[in-house]
Design a binder for this molecule. Structure first.
Ligand code: MF3
Ligand code: CO
Ligand code: CO
Length: 432
């Protein structure tokens, strides 16, 4: 529409001969440039407002070309294809990625760097996105004040990063396979505790409760059980749990100002480090009554996780997890976030395999004793994110809402065990 208006004005100017002959050419060139930029902004607007694009693959062909261009650049800018593939969250610890690193050594976003024309185009899109948009009559999230880190009593085993705040090395090729009965028992205990802590958090979620309240309760229950809350000081993360509301994709930081309202959704992501083993689980909790669209989002995310778990057994290709999730999201007209991934978990918080939730062609198969997470994030609108200045909080670029759920899994001889299965959720469905 914008494009057509500009073209018509140029025609009018030319037909009235109000300018010397050379001018119309200059004007036409300028008009074309303006039209191209306007079209980009228009696409970005449509991306945010229109009902349309559920995943990046469905944007116009113009957009796809730009995406392909930037993808090609990402691959060539000193980033090995392995490091690129190994996701943006944990794996990008190559020197090149570190130079581009953002935040406080926490999350490295290899997608941030763009050059040339692609960058120019994306800058105009980002400016659009900077205007936070409302969804469901809900005010967009804004950063609150982060209170000091909570103390963990002496005597509780601390992970290696607890004091330094370093982000541990991530090597996609190192997977975690539990071979001894002791290790498997350790993982079961950590998973069970994480699930119980999350059950407690779910039951306290209600209008008026702040994410700070949730952090305090999670922290206290974790340390009372003799465990360390794994997020605390992991790569400098300042709190004991991640709380991600509404348009927040993941890694939301709890604050006093972030208060639950009727109709909200919140992902609470609990990880505990118990006797040397991490158990990692999250779910999205609906606060009171939510809209049908939002309920559909949350329920489809749960369904996608369960379907992905159902394909897991020894010999399953890791990429089948992404194919399963993406298939369900497509059928439900929802997007799959590709920036954040599942991971090996065990004695380390994050390791290989990188478990991507969208369709992919990654190598690798699951084997007996392997412990890892699946944690899909689905979206109503765009799957692209905007990272807050805190270096952690990742929100959808269009402000539309997103849901996530996560389990820690163990591959057994004949299938898979959900180590973070929830007693509370099980009791709810038993009473139905
Ligand atoms: N629990 C998250 C995951 O699922 C990781 C949180 S890391 C933190 O992998 F530093 F943000 F806490
Ligand atoms: Co995880
Ligand atoms: Co988690």
């Amino acid at each position: 529409m914008v494009l057509m208006t500009v073209a018509r004005d140029v025609t009018v100017m030319m037909s009235r001969r109000v300018m010397p002959p050379v001018r119309p050419i200059a004007v036409a060139v300028i008009a074309v440039v303006i039209a191209v930029v306007a079209a980009r902004v228009h696409v970005a607007r449509g991306h945010r407002d229109a009902k349309a694009p559920k995943s990046d693959a469905r944007i116009t062909s113009r957009r796809i070309r730009v995406l392909m261009f930037t993808t090609a650049m990402k691959r060539t800018t000193a980033m090995s294809s392995r490091a690129y593939h190994a996701s943006t969250r944990y794996a990008a610890r190559t020197p090149a990625a570190m130079r581009r690193g953002r935040g406080r050594g926490g999350v490295v976003d290899v997608r941030a760097k763009k050059k040339g024309f692609a960058e120019f185009l994306n800058v105009s899109i980002d400016r659009e996105r900077a205007r936070a948009s409302w969804y469901n009559d809900r005010e967009p999230l804004k950063p609150g004040v982060v209170s000091p880190m909570r103390a963990v009593p002496a005597g509780i085993l601390r992970p290696p990063y607890a004091d330094s705040g370093h982000l541990p090395e991530y090597d996609d090729r190192k997977v975690q396979v539990q071979t001894t009965a002791e290790d498997i028992e350790g993982m079961r205990a950590a998973g069970a505790l994480a699930a119980r802590v999350l059950d407690m958090a779910e039951q306290m979620c209600a209008p008026g409760v702040s994410t700070e309240d949730i952090d305090k309760a999670v922290h206290e229950m974790t340390v009372e059980a003799g465990a360390y809350p794994s997020p605390l000081n992991y790569g400098g993360f300042p709190k004991s749990v991640c709380t991600s509301l509404n348009e927040c994709i993941c890694h939301g930081i709890p604050t006093v100002e972030t208060v639950l309202q009727e109709g909200d959704i919140i992902n609470v992501d609990v990880t505990v480090y118990l006797n040397g083993y991490h158990g990692d689980t999250s779910r999205t909790i609906m606060i009171g009554t939510v809209t049908d669209e939002v309920r559909h989002l949350v329920e489809t995310t749960e369904k996608a996780l369960q379907a992905a778990i159902d394909v897991c057994k020894p010999g399953t290709a890791v990429r089948k997890i992404g194919a399963t999730i993406h298939g369900i999201a497509d059928a439900a007209n929802l997007g799959v976030v590709d920036k954040f991934v599942g991971h090996g978990v065990g004695k380390e918080f994050h390791s290989g395999p990188t478990v991507r939730h969208h369709r992919n062609n990654d190598p690798g198969t699951l084997r007996v004793g392997q412990t890892f997470t699946i944690e899909p994030m689905l979206t109503i609108g765009t799957t692209r994110d905007k990272m807050w200045k805190d270096g952690w909080t990742s929100c959808t670029a269009d402000g539309k809402w997103t849901a996530q759920c996560e389990h820690t899994l163990l591959i057994t001889e004949d299938g898979v065990d959900i180590l973070t299965a929830s007693p509370y959720r099980a009791s709810l469905s038993a009473n139905k």
